[in-house]
Write a protein that binds this ligand. Structure first.
Ligand SMILES: Cc1cc2nc3c(=O)[nH]c(=O)nc-3n(C[C@H](O)[C@H](O)[C@H](O)COP(=O)(O)OP(=O)(O)OC[C@H]3O[C@@H](n4cnc5c(N)ncnc54)[C@H](O)[C@@H]3O)c2cc1C
Length: 394
């Protein structure tokens, strides 16, 4: 039987939030539910940061503090420890984007290596994550994916990208820490996929350590999963996949329209949902060969994973199935799942305020009234405020 309505328990969902934090979340979600405000706010903020206007304080006390753990790893520790008291693990996410120098790529790799060593000693952090474009230039992935020949300098640069992936995956295996690799825009993703498959082949020989990401808003991803499964069986390695819907839909559709090719995105939200759920089913049908990290804020998809686990008699704590949400979103799913004993981890983004802006903008955009997440967050926050008021007055 489905454990209906468990995600509506706001007492469990917001147990870690003080009244003032709840009030701030209420204000924030109300603001970002207004689409024109997000659009104008984004443009003004980007301009202000470029012009070095003193807006960092304002960003910090609003969106940043809600969606990020801090500007560095140490800032996040308090949050990580607190969430773990409720059974929710953390995936520290160095969310700096758009930096394209060799130094920044090396720094990002060093940071991830440090986080792996730290995670190996800390139960609250069983998994780490990085973005392909954190380790190499977007253009290089794109050129490689398009099969265009590299110059000598580019070949050397690419070898350094491969070496960064390898250093991280190798240490992850040595320290027995799982590593998720995010997926980005489709026109750079082919090269990233090839590289991650190479890493899986090398390091997932005993169990899944390296996880790629499947963006199920892409209509080709189920076939991709099946072909990777065939390869993994043939070559004798395990697959690990974070399954998400995908965060770059508008950018994908705009580019396809501009350049005149068919969009890689499913034709409707329903088609994406069906595709997502099909991938979940496929993976849970083949759990002996692969592990699943379901990265979603969608309640129906989460229920589906729970139902299928039950049907297939997969233990709630089976390490091959994880649920993931982003910090600052869908606490009702994370904390209620953890309360029941499921494996749950929240991405906890960190980095200097101006460098995490692209991440924050994506979060604001997906929380507008158009995308539709906010209604639920607001409803739950209001419900919890009301519940606390009643408890206080009784
Ligand atoms: C732990 C975690 C890790 C993540 N990692 C990544 C990552 O590596 N790469 C990445 O791209 N994203 C990543 N995301 C973001 C994710 O892809 C989604 O943007 C976000 O989670 C919203 O999708 P949802 O499953 O929560 O549910 P929902 O809110 O039900 O779905 C919204 C999503 O559906 C899709 N969609 C909406 N309208 C349409 C339409 N008209 N046609 C087709 N599809 C539509 C879009 O993908 C949209 O984001 C991650 C999310 C989480 C929670």
């Amino acid at each position: 039987m489905r454990e209906d309505k468990i995600f509506n328990n706001t007492e469990i969902a917001f147990e870690l939030k003080s009244d003032s934090q709840l009030e701030r979340a209420h204000f924030l979600f109300k603001m970002i539910s207004i689409e024109p405000l997000v659009r104008i706010g984004t443009a003004v903020t980007n301009f202000a940061l470029k012009a070095h206007l003193p807006v960092e304080g304002l960003i910090r006390s609003t969106v940043f503090d809600h969606f990020c753990g801090g500007v560095n790893e140490d800032d996040c520790l308090d949050i990580i420890d607190k969430m773990y008291t409720k059974g929710v693990s953390s995936v520290l996410d160095f969310s700096v984007e758009g930096k394209e120098t060799e130094t920044s790529f090396d720094d990002a790799m060093e940071k991830i290596l440090k986080i792996i060593n730290f995670s190996a000693e800390k139960d609250a952090m069983p998994i780490v994550v990085f973005k392909p474009t954190g380790f190499g230039r977007f253009y290089l992935y794109q050129k490689k994916g398009e099969g265009k020949p590299f110059t000598n300098a580019e070949s050397e640069e690419w070898n350094r990208v491969v070496a960064r992936f390898d250093a991280v995956c190798k240490l992850a295996k040595e320290r027995d820490v799982e590593v998720l690799i995010d997926a980005e825009e489709s026109w750079m993703q082919d090269a990233a996929d090839e590289l991650v498959t190479q890493m899986m082949q090398q390091y997932n020989t005993e169990k899944p350590i390296v996880y790629n990401t499947l963006q199920m808003y892409r209509h080709d991803r189920l076939d991709f999963l099946k072909s990777q499964h065939a390869l993994a069986k043939q070559s004798g390695f395990y697959l690990g996949y974070k399954v998400v819907r995908g965060a770059y839909m508008e950018k994908e559709n705009d580019r396809a329209r501009e350049k005149g090719y068919d969009t890689p995105i499913c034709e409707s939200k329903k088609a994406t949902d069906d595709n997502f759920n099909a991938a979940i089913r496929y993976m849970l049908d083949h759990l002996d060969d692969m592990s699943l990290f379901a990265g979603t804020h969608n309640e129906e998809s989460t229920y589906l994973v729970m139902d299928l686990m039950k049907q297939k008699e997969v233990a709630i704590k089976d390490n091959r199935v994880w649920f993931g949400q982003l910090f600052g979103m869908s606490d009702n799913i994370s904390f209620n799942l953890a309360h029941l004993g499921y494996n749950v981890a929240k991405y906890v983004p960190f980095g200097p305020v101006k460098d995490v802006m692209p991440y924050l903008i994506r979060r604001a955009e997906e929380n507008t009234s158009v995308a539709g997440q906010t209604g639920r967050e607001l409803m739950l926050i209001k419900k919890e405020k009301e519940r606390r008021k009643q408890v206080a007055s009784s």
